[in-house]
Design a protein. Structure first.
Length: 324
């Protein structure tokens, strides 16, 4: 890759997180994606199981300033299509110099290598995404041949509004998360999401790192609906302290909502979310947030709207076929 003079590149490591946090803050100020990261958050990202930093990450530097980064994420298993997810950005002060195109070309090449090494027997796609506020990123992806594949909504709800009364069915009980139910929750989540678009089962270690093992996970703001010892439905809550520091608004983010197939149609997701909202307000949170697939097959968008959530931002998932 022929990078411009004065730009050097190398894999990202934990010693870079302070500079990386500065880059991400500059991105948020320009793109308004609603995502803020502390150095501790970014260390957790780098420690995610299965991530090969030496080969699958790149940092762009101008002197001691990190002006861009990219990471390619390989799936450990494939259901139908091998989607190699990519992420990255260029510092807004360094945009419109061709760096974004070079970075995406690096990510596309690396995604192709990962696909060939791990899942060559299946169809492969390079995945990328951008918020509706970042017109430049969308234009770049489309110029490189990416096509919009799916749309997602970032939704919010203030917690000073009344929460609808939503009781659960007789014979079931609701409780806040307890580590004793970790494996039961994982199994419920895998079943609930198995019919969702783009789902590929992570390893148990990857699932834990992104859910109950995350530093942002809030057990007291996460609730399970139990049928005996079976998790019938659940809602997982998260809090990113970097968001509160940047915005002055304490938000509980609803990261996962799921109901096992045999329990669907009984209002369990609605009842559990209502409980989460009530408890979050009592605990001093200012608002709740979540993200939803616009075409979610379980009707989640309508459920969230009925509970008072409104769309704050829109995100587009793009895909590019891997051809070799």
């Amino acid at each position: 890759m022929n990078w411009p003079e004065g730009i050097h590149t190398r894999p990202i490591d934990k010693g870079d997180v302070e500079a990386w946090a500065v880059l991400m803050a500059a991105k948020e100020q320009a793109d308004h994606d609603g995502e803020n990261y502390s150095a501790e958050d970014l260390i957790e990202e780098l420690e995610h199981p299965g991530l090969d930093l030496v080969h699958d990450s790149i940092g762009l530097w101008a002197g001691d300033r990190m002006i861009g980064y990219g990471i390619a994420h390989v799936a450990t298993s494939v259901v139908d299509i091998d989607r190699v997810r990519t992420e990255g950005t260029i510092d807004p002060a360094w945009r419109r110099r061709g760096l974004g195109a070079l970075l995406m070309q690096w990510l596309i090449r690396r995604a192709g290598e990962l696909h060939a090494a791990n899942h060559p027997e299946t169809r492969g796609l390079v995945g990328a995404g951008t918020g509706s506020n970042n017109v430049g990123a969308a234009t770049l992806l489309e110029k490189l041949g990416f096509k919009a594949e799916r749309y997602f909504f970032d939704m919010r709800r203030p917690l000073d509004q009344p929460v609808p009364n939503s009781p659960i069915s007789d014979g079931l009980r609701m409780t806040s998360y307890d580590p004793a139910y970790e494996e039961a929750l994982r199994l419920a989540h895998f079943e609930a999401f198995s019919d969702h678009w783009g789902w590929t089962p992570p390893t148990p270690e990857q699932w834990r790192a992104g859910s109950v093992g995350s530093r942002a996970f809030r057990a007291q703001q996460s609730f399970l609906v139990l049928d005996g010892e079976t998790v019938a439905a659940y809602v997982n809550g998260y809090e990113w302290e970097a968001d509160t520091e940047a915005t002055g608004v304490r938000e509980l983010y609803i990261g996962q909502v799921g109901t096992r197939r045999a329990y669907r149609g009984r209002g369990l997701a609605r009842a559990t979310i209502a409980k989460v909202l009530t408890e979050a307000a009592t605990a001093g949170y200012d608002r709740a947030g979540l993200g939803v697939d616009a075409e979610n097959p379980t009707g989640a968008l309508g459920l969230y709207e009925n509970l008072g959530f409104t769309t704050h931002n829109k995100f587009t998932s793009y895909a590019l076929p891997i051809t070799s």
